[in-house]
Design a protein. Structure first.
Length: 174
């Protein structure tokens, strides 16, 4: 049996402390710039890949108009998936680098004139870099919503945790 097979067969359940989970999750958020957010309205689900930015356990997304925004206006429940890139060959040590997140939470659209919207664009999302890359005027704040996602539950996967006797799947709840 391979090392990976051995780890999976152990069916480990030991959980990290809440503080350790939060540290690993917030670090993962900083390492990954892309997420897929699922929104829904009237039993129609939409999954949209977007850049996301974290402050602690809270995610911020620059939300241009579209179906995702319309959905959040009527249903604040969202799900977000994130994962690191790993080589699809599961042989050798490749499995040890796999990390991912499944997040359930509530999304709030921060209006253009909301101070938190302005702060998020400037300090967290740093939208001036994006606006500058487009060749647009950075002296005025970029218009549009910021979507703030506050997690209620996160499933954090880190395969290498199994090597330390912990479950690869760690559950965090608000």
């Amino acid at each position: 049996m391979t090392e990976f097979g051995d780890m999976v067969s152990k069916k480990l359940t030991k959980q990290l402390s809440k503080e350790e989970k939060e540290e690993r999750i917030s670090t993962f958020f900083k390492e990954q710039a892309m997420c897929t957010i699922a929104t829904s309205n009237n039993d129609v689900t939409r999954a949209t890949p977007l850049e996301c930015f974290a402050e602690g356990m809270t995610l911020y997304i620059s939300a241009d108009p579209g179906k995702k925004v319309e959905n959040v206006k009527v249903n604040q429940n969202v799900a977000i998936a994130m994962c690191n890139q790993i080589h699809p060959d599961w042989s050798g040590d490749n499995w040890k680098t796999h990390k991912s997140i499944q997040l359930e939470g509530k999304a709030t659209l921060l209006e253009q004139d909301d101070p938190e919207n302005l702060r998020a664009k400037k300090e967290i999302i740093k939208s001036d870099a994006f606006v500058s890359a487009l060749g647009w005027d950075t002296s005025q704040p970029r218009k549009g919503w910021v979507m703030k996602v506050e997690p209620t539950r996160i499933e954090y996967f880190e395969m290498a945790l199994m090597l330390k006797g912990y479950a690869g799947k760690q559950i965090w709840e608000a």
